[in-house]
Design a protein around this ligand. Structure first.
Ligand code: NAD
Length: 359
């Protein structure tokens, strides 16, 4: 197949991990006979340095014309002035809104070779495979903000349509899995959550009567994610709760560095990015874990290009590389040798091409 992909390496470790993800894409293209046309553009802090805007017009145009977008990470201390009116995050929020990718899919898995890196006991995380579905283009992050010297407000708005489309996304996904959906809200306190719960319930009754829908308050969900993570299969929630719960859930996998994400809307175009940020503390050292970015490539192959075999080739290779004990410092114990970002990328490519299952 032919596809056009825009790469947005961004800031901090973004360019390092995106470079490895790009090489994996090239290897998949060569190995399976596809043509991926790739072009790069600025987003975030690097874009502000380049032209003063976090989401330049050219970047927006290229993304709109692409079949998929792969982002590294944006932001960092250089642009962290609290008084600034232009911030790198505006580039990312603007891009999500522009592409109308309202559904953020964040798979959280416990990888057996990384059990040692999780603070949770192996028996607690064994078999964990959660699909977190986070609403991405509405809610408190997009509401109006006000500020005086001693008062601040952040408005949180959800419409029935916005809730229904994200719930439908989660229910469709649940049909391909166990059929158990936990919808997370704060309906005992927030009006937006009461609308959320009512809308999700009505949609389930009307269109998905065979699925098992359960509602859970966000505080209880935060606790259960650690106490019994294997309880969850599909978890659907609003923007801010999803942001926080997925960072919490990253401890199950052992590192923020291994979690991928896909942001999807109507149609096949998607925005793919690792869950982690720009990690300024390790930027430029060549030790960032590229697995989150590489697994985001697998999600791109699956959700934007419907290349399931290729997606599995990447995912299988990643697990093989972990099994071989190739760990970047974030997941390595003192007794493990540590490898670099580039070495992990090279090992994943070698594992893809060496696997006879794909011949
Ligand atoms: P972070 O995710 O960048 O880092 C948190 C911790 O995890 C750090 O110790 C970091 O070294 C480690 N880490 C993250 N990714 C890693 C990887 N791939 N390999 C190894 N270790 C990794 O979060 P933060 O420190 O809160 O934020 C840093 C900057 O990133 C901020 O400017 C923030 O606004 C931005 N940020 C961007 C995004 C995004 O681009 N989507 C998301 C979150 C934060």
């Amino acid at each position: 197949m032919k596809a056009t992909i825009t790469l947005l390496p961004g800031d901090g470790i973004g360019p390092e991990v995106t470079h490895e993800a790009k090489r994996v894409l090239l290897a998949i293209a060569e190995f399976f006979g596809h043509q991926f046309e790739m072009r790069e553009a600025y987003l975030g802090g690097c874009a502000m340095d380049y032209c003063g805007e976090p989401l330049p017009e050219r970047t927006a145009q290229l993304c709109l014309e692409s079949d998929a977008v792969l982002l590294g990470a944006i932001g960092g201390p250089k642009w962290d002035n609290p008084k600034a009116t232009v911030r790198p995050e505006q580039g990312l929020l603007g891009l999500r809104k522009l592409l109308d990718v309202y559904a953020n899919l964040r798979p959280v898995r416990a990888f057996e070779p990384l059990f040692h890196a999780s603070p949770l006991k192996p028996e607690r995380i064994q078999g964990v495979d959660i699909a977190v579905v986070r609403e991405l283009t509405s809610g408190i992050y997009f509401g109006q903000k006000t500020r005086t010297s001693d008062t601040a407000t952040d408005e949180c708005i959800y419409t029935k349509d916005e809730i229904e489309r994200i719930a439908r996304f989660a229910f469709e996904l649940a049909r391909t899995r166990t059929g158990h959906v936990v919808s997370v809200d704060k309906a005992n306190v927030l009006e937006t959550s009461r609308l959320w719960r009512e809308t999700v319930t009505q949609l389930a009754e009307r269109e998905y009567p065979t699925l098992h829908l359960e509602h859970m308050l966000v505080d209880a969900a935060a606790m259960k994610l650690i106490q019994q993570p294997s309880y969850f299969d599909v978890l659907v929630t609003e923007n801010m709760f999803g942001d926080i719960l997925t960072d919490e859930a990253s401890v199950i996998s052992g590192s923020l560095g291994v979690l991928p994400s896909a942001s999807l809307g109507e149609g096949h175009r998607g925005l793919y990015e690792p869950v982690h940020g720009s990690a300024p503390d390790i930027a430029g050292l060549g030790i960032a874990n590229p697995i989150g970015a590489i697994l985001s490539v697998a999600l791109m192959l699956r959700h934007s290009f419907a290349l399931e075999t290729e997606a599995q080739a990447v995912e299988t290779a990643v697990v093989e590389v972990m099994r071989a004990g190739m760990f970047t410092p974030d997941v390595a114990l003192p007794e493990h040798g540590q490898v670099t970002t580039r070495q992990v990328g090279e090992a994943v490519i070698a594992a893809i091409t060496a696997n006879e299952a794909w011949y």
